[in-house]
Design a binder for this molecule. Sequence first.
Ligand code: SF4
Length: 64
Amino acid sequence: MAKQAKVDKGKCIGCGSCVALAAKSFKIGDDGKAQAIVPAGDDEATVQSALDGCPVSAISWQGN
Ligand code: SF4
């Protein structure tokens, strides 16, 4: 199974960066915070770029 990312909604500020970087793996929910799309639609490197690009480090790999 592909690695899955998760968003800590307590940290997320809804900036939209992860959606811009990996639109098939993250979306902004009704609460204005990002959420991971399951299963992620981008390859692992693309999801990693969103993880690295989050200004508040709200995204992590599940299981980590
Ligand atoms: Fe939230 Fe980080 Fe995504 Fe911005 S990049 S919407 S702060 S999870």
